[in-house]
Design a protein around this ligand. Structure first.
Ligand code: HEM
Length: 522
């Protein structure tokens, strides 16, 4: 009998063994997949050496750390990059994402691999508001994008066109100076005034002088719409990270889709009114020659040539880019600069002394004074180093597989360049959190896309085409604000208490509105 258990054992062991083998193999396989998972996640059968990155949660990936966490989307990647390195792999929902946070690594992405990363991801919000990518800013890389971008530069944004449109800047800045003079010695919300100014300038240049006139009835409505469009654009969209039926359902349930549709149709009706107004044969000839919109309308009539495909929707897409690209960016930059100047009175004083020396007793700064204002240019660079309006630039998408810093970047990876983190990198800048325009004195660092330590306008093929216009408008506004007025904080408020807290998503504003008291200087 004592041999019975041994016999049973003998009889059972092979069966157990047979039963356990697949399970053990399965467990081992799961462990292996889990270990290698991050290296094999979306590689379509290729073994890849992906960059390091934080652990991912099931389903969410790293979404909880970047998009839905308490820090802003450019702040948490900076902290994570300190742990994992300047080339970091994340997964946002289902989207493989690369975040690059050092000047050398960005050079590889935006210069060496410029041609591999010059597309944009196809997200539903951007697709809708750009009329199905019939624009420049959101369109994936294509031949029509290339042609529209060229058109943008030739007809609106190159230095010659920017100089030719200085009438709009002068007229709108003049109106602002009068408004501020009438509010003298009273606290003013600078943001509102500057937004109105930028909207007037960009609108006049794009739509003609009718936009600048007070009688333009649709303007107020357009402001509200524009605000709403920016709100919709920066709201969290589940479908951006879960591009499937579930993502779409969540966006429907949160009301995002209906908000987006509402603002789309209202903007569409606005653009239709403007275009129809320009097509009206009884319209008087514009004072300052044909505006950007007239050129675009001309293209839709082309029966031959390279723009035969150009439609009314393309006009709307490009007008939408002009307002989205030009109004908020310029106003936010002016407001950050004024906030830094009021917190740093010695810098403010020096900038005003330069203006006194260059402009003298003239009532206004003129466009041809600007090239002489070297210190003001340094102030602007320093503001854009600390407060790039789009801290992660605009999202890119890799068009094909490539390697950076020995790591693989598969095709269709979303790419973010953390320009904000690079601007505050202590390995590049001494006392990086300090506002010190002198750091640019005598150096050649500029924001023209050739210096990867200062990238407020990006670099490479998708670099902002509006640099010349943006810089001209911002410098002209700042110069006049500082030349015409002394600026103080409201009574009882101390410079060191001016909040520099940021708010927003992919573009970043000052969270607490800047309230200042202007007093006329002359
Ligand atoms: C202070 C002012 C401005 C700042 C800081 C700024 C910043 C930027 C940034 C960071 C990008 C993304 C670049 C990249 O992906 O590498 C961009 C793209 C763009 N910006 Fe600007 N911008 C400014 C003014 C303007 C103006 C005035 C316009 C036009 C009226 C404009 C139109 C555009 C367009 C159309 C794009 C998309 C380019 C493309 O995808 O090919 N921007 N801008």
């Amino acid at each position: 009998m004592s041999q019975l258990p041994a016999l049973v054992d003998l009889l059972l062991v092979p069966q157990q063994w047979q039963w356990q083998l697949p399970n053990t193999t399965l467990v081992l396989l799961v462990l292996l997949v889990l270990t290698l998972g991050r290296f094999y996640f979306y590689t379509k059968g290729r073994w890849l050496h992906l960059p390091p990155g934080p652990r991912t949660l099931p389903v969410l990936g790293n979404l909880h750390q970047i998009i839905i966490g308490s820090a802003l989307p450019h702040q948490s990647p900076r902290d994570l990059a300190r742990l994992h390195g300047p080339v970091m792999q994340l997964r946002l929902g289902m989207v493989p994402t690369l975040v690059v946070s050092s000047a050398e690594a960005v050079r590889e992405v935006l210069k060496t691999h410029n041609a591999d990363c010059c597309s944009r991801p196809d997200t539903p919000g951007a697709r809708r508001l750009s009329y199905g990518h019939k624009d420049v800013a959101f369109a994936p890389f294509s031949e029509s994008w290339r042609q529209m971008r060229k058109l943008f530069v030739v007809e609106l944004l190159n230095t010659r066109r920017v100089q030719a449109t200085c009438y709009a800047r002068e007229a709108e800045v003049d109106k602002l100076m009068s408004r501020l003079t009438s509010s003298e010695r009273k606290p003013v919300y600078l943001q509102d005034h500057i937004f109105g100014l930028m909207d007037g300038i960009v609108g006049t240049v794009a739509l003609g002088s009718i936009y600048g006139s007070e009688q333009f009835a649709h303007k107020k409505h357009f402001h509200v719409l524009f605000d709403e469009a920016m709100g919709v654009k920066s709201s969290f969209s589940a479908e951006d990270y879960f591009p499937n039926a579930v993502g779409r359902l969540v966006d429907r349930l949160t009301g995002l889709v209906s908000r987006r549709e509402k603002v789309f149709w209202e903007l569409d009706a606005f653009f239709d009114k403007i275009i129809d107004g320009h097509l009206d044969p009884s319209r008087p000839t514009p004072d300052n020659g044909p505006g950007f919109i007239d050129v675009l309308i001309g293209l839709t009539k082309e029966q031959e040539g390279s723009f035969r495909w150009f439609t009314r929707d393309h006009i709307k897409g490009m007008l939408s880019d002009t307002f989205i690209g030009g109004v908020d960016t310029n106003s936010v930059t002016v407001v950050w600069t004024m906030a830094e100047l009021i917190r740093n009175p010695q810098v403010l004083k020096k900038a005003q002394e330069e203006l006194r020396a260059v402009v003298g007793s003239k009532e206004r700064v003129q466009p041809d004074d600007l090239p002489k204002l070297k210190y003001l240019k340094m102030v602007l660079k320093e503001t854009l180093r600390l407060h790039p309006v789009a801290p992660l630039l605009a999202p890119r998408e890799s068009m094909r597989h490539f390697k950076i810093c020995r790591y693989d970047v598969p095709a269709k990876t979303r790419i973010f360049v953390n320009a904000w983190a690079i601007g505050r990198d202590p390995a590049i800048w001494s006392n990086p959190e300090e506002f010190d325009p002198e750091r640019f004195n005598g150096g050649d660092i500029d924001f023209n896309g050739a210096h990867f330590e200062l990238l407020p306008f990006g670099a490479g093929r998708r670099m902002c085409p509006g640099v010349a216009m943006g810089v001209a408008v911002v410098e002209f506004t700042l110069a006049n604000l500082l030349h015409c007025f002394e600026w103080e904080l409201p009574q009882g408020m101390m410079a060191e208490n001016v909040s520099m807290e940021e708010e927003g998503g992919l573009t970043v504003n000052k969270k607490v509105p800047l309230v200042l008291v202007p007093t006329t200087r002359h």
